[in-house]
Design a protein around this ligand. Structure first.
Ligand code: KIV
Ligand code: NA
Length: 278
């Protein structure tokens, strides 16, 4: 498949072809996304803080850790458009610092676009990065990087005021130059309304069936995540069961000495050579 571009994503919105995005955190994960020609975008989400690194939230992830992972994902990525999250704290101090950090993600991390959480308060940053040629994906609704300030991971835009704010933020980010926007954990009615009002493609996660595309976390899709399962998650595989049974099978075979097999799974030396050795 030909490389996915901002233009082809835009065409998918126009043609009402659903856009597919999955997270990836390492090389094999990226290969799996690239080997399916129907995956349009690969996201190195800062959810890697929890899924790969064992942190309790995304706010603990550093830029260096993110770049370490984006480099691995980039090596396995072919046609999908490759985006990475800007970690918490890497785009709020100043426009210059945000720009430098985004350039590091592009130059050292080999990503094609960056994603940033926030509303109109970060529109200036989105504008700055877009204007120097770094494609920005916006992210509104539930903002995991602000889970402490928001007193937990809660659905956003459920009240009149909340819905208006999410809509206003989405518009401001589009005007600032974002090429696409993630809508996380908002009512389906609002997900549809924003999708119809925006020119740029909307990618939903817990935003209902009517956004231009959908994104899910790799471990949720595979069914390997044993922590909290959000209402919007559907597990498309049960790899946790497969994984646990493979570990079980291996350790049992070692314990009862049925692994490795002396013939098919072991090397041998020519018997004459062995006699001389002895
Ligand atoms: O970090 C992440 O995985 C994300 C997506 C779920 C949108 O931001
Ligand atoms: Na994220």
């Amino acid at each position: 498949r030909k490389k996915v571009t901002i233009q082809s994503l835009q065409d998918m919105k126009t043609n009402k072809t659903p856009i597919t995005m999955i997270t990836a955190y390492d090389y094999p994960n990226a290969l799996a996304c690239s080997s399916n020609s129907l995956v349009d975008m690969t996201l190195v989400g800062d959810s890697l803080a929890q899924t790969c690194l064992g942190y309790s939230s995304t706010t603990q992830l550093t830029l260096s850790e993110m770049i370490h992972h984006t480099r691995a994902v980039a090596r396995g990525t072919t046609h999908p458009f490759l985006v990475a999250d800007m970690p918490f704290g890497t785009y709020h101090c100043s426009l210059d610092e945000a720009t430098k950090n985004a350039i590091r993600l592009v130059q050292d991390g080999f990503v094609e676009g960056v994603k940033m959480e926030g509303g109109s308060e970060i529109a200036g940053t989105v504008h700055k990065l877009s204007s120097v040629g770094i494609p920005v994906m916006a992210h509104v609704g539930l903002l995991p990087q602000r889970h402490v300030a928001m007193s937990g991971y809660k659905v956003q835009g459920k009240s009149l005021g909340g819905a208006k704010r999410v809509m206003k933020d989405a518009l401001a980010l589009q005007e600032a130059g974002a090429f696409s926007i993630v809508l996380e954990a908002i009512p389906k009615e609002l997900g549809r309304f924003i999708t119809e009002r925006l020119r740029i493609p909307t990618i939903g996660i817990g935003a209902g069936p009517w956004t231009d595309g959908q994104v899910l976390v790799w471990d949720d899709v595979m069914g390997t995540w044993s922590g909290h399962k959000a209402k919007f998650v559907r597990r498309f595989g049960d790899l946790k069961k497969e994984r646990d049974s493979a570990v079980q099978g291996y350790v049992e075979a070692v314990k009862n000495r049925t692994f490795p097999n002396a013939n098919s799974e072991s090397y041998t030396i020519d018997s004459a050579e062995w006699d001389r050795f002895l």
